[in-house]
Design a binder for this molecule. Structure first.
Ligand SMILES: NC(=O)c1ccc[n+]([C@@H]2O[C@H](COP(=O)([O-])OP(=O)(O)OC[C@H]3O[C@@H](n4cnc5c(N)ncnc54)[C@H](O)[C@@H]3O)[C@@H](O)[C@H]2O)c1
Length: 304
């Protein structure tokens, strides 16, 4: 019997790639998603997946767990926008904290073997040093970062074996260009349309980008491994400025325009590069997709 994985937010950008990977590795998949940002079009194996169109905050999760009896849970459903969290912090906390607590209670009741979730580099706030390791102090600069950090603490209080991944900025196919966090997806769309591009701040801010299929691979490794009760950064550990990203993508897309620089946004972290040493120590030979190769693979993919 294949092991069953229940994935909240499985129809989203990252979730749908994890679903592909797990399905291809003979896991049985159940998705809980309210399609607030995810879509059925993201689901390559939709006919072979059990899909609940529900809001995890409102739905009767006990009933679903009673029917499905999942072995594992991967929790990705979230309010994901830093900007939106600033003006809608109640909503952000409701989804990212309260719904997680509700889910954790059910996972404890049904003795889930492992709970894997997506936290974020946003929990660290402005770095005191780079690259940021897991021992770096946490001082979120936005309600989003705070809700992710609070979520982590509830998970640590629970009795469920867990792995919390703190992901850097993900990019890749199916990322929505309409979302403020997806700078690669935004550049991809705008450059394909040959429209003007805006950059917030001076463009010197450093980020490390992680290819979404690398995230799917690490989640598969995390499910299979004995590793538990750990918070682990996941990133390439390679910083690139937004200006460098712009230049790199301009070459690939043959984009000739110069960017417009806008004032930096409140809550945005200046520089962020996550150290991935712990991930490598725990999960061994991880193949990280180089940013240039990831961007070339992205070229031609349609982001909505
Ligand atoms: N994309 C990144 O760069 C990044 C970086 C670090 C962490 N994360 C985290 O990874 C996870 C996935 O992010 P993503 O980029 O794929 O975002 P996404 O918006 O594409 O995916 C979120 C999914 O959750 C669903 N959802 C939202 N609220 C829900 C609710 N109340 N009930 C049921 N479903 C709900 C959405 O419809 C969507 O399918 C999130 O927890 C996010 O905070 C993302």
């Amino acid at each position: 019997m294949p092991k069953k994985v229940l994935i909240t937010g499985g129809a989203g950008f990252i979730g749908s790639h994890i679903v592909d990977k797990l399905f291809e590795n003979i896991y049985s998949i159940v998705i809980l998603d309210n399609f607030s940002s995810g879509s059925r079009g993201n689901l390559k194996y939709i006919d072979n997946i059990k899909l609940y169109n529900i809001d995890i905050e409102k739905a009767d999760l006990d009933e679903i767990f009673k029917i499905e009896k999942p072995d594992y849970v991967i929790h990705l459903a979230a309010q994901t926008s830093v900007n939106y969290s600033i003006t809608n912090s109640y909503f952000d906390a409701d989804v990212n904290i309260m719904a997680t607590i509700k889910l954790l209670d059910i996972c404890e009741k049904y003795k889930i073997k492992k709970f894997i979730t997506a936290s974020s580099a946003a929990v660290y706030g402005n770095p005191k040093y780079l690259p940021i390791d897991e021992k770096h102090p946490t001082k979120p600069m936005s309600p989003y970062g705070l809700s992710k950090l609070t979520m982590e603490k509830y998970i640590q209080l629970s009795s469920i074996p867990y792995i919390i991944f703190r992901f850097s900025n993900a990019y890749g196919p199916r990322q929505k260009s309409s979302k403020e966090s997806g700078v690669v997806a935004i550049f991809d769309k705008v450059m394909r349309e040959n429209a003007p591009i805006s950059i917030y701040g001076d463009g010197a801010q450093i980020r490390d980008f992680i290819y979404v299929k690398d995230i799917a691979n690490i989640c598969l490794k995390a499910l299979k491994s004995d590793v538990k009760n750990e918070i682990i950064n996941f990133s390439t550990n390679k910083g690139i400025t937004i200006n460098e990203l712009f230049i790199e993508m301009s070459k690939i897309y043959n984009y000739k325009q110069s960017p417009n620089y806008l004032p930096e946004r409140k809550g945005d972290i200046k520089d962020s590069v996550l150290l991935n040493k712990k991930a490598v120590e725990f999960f061994g030979d991880i193949e990280f997709t180089d940013i240039k190769s990831g961007l070339k693979q992205l070229r031609g993919c349609v982001c909505i």
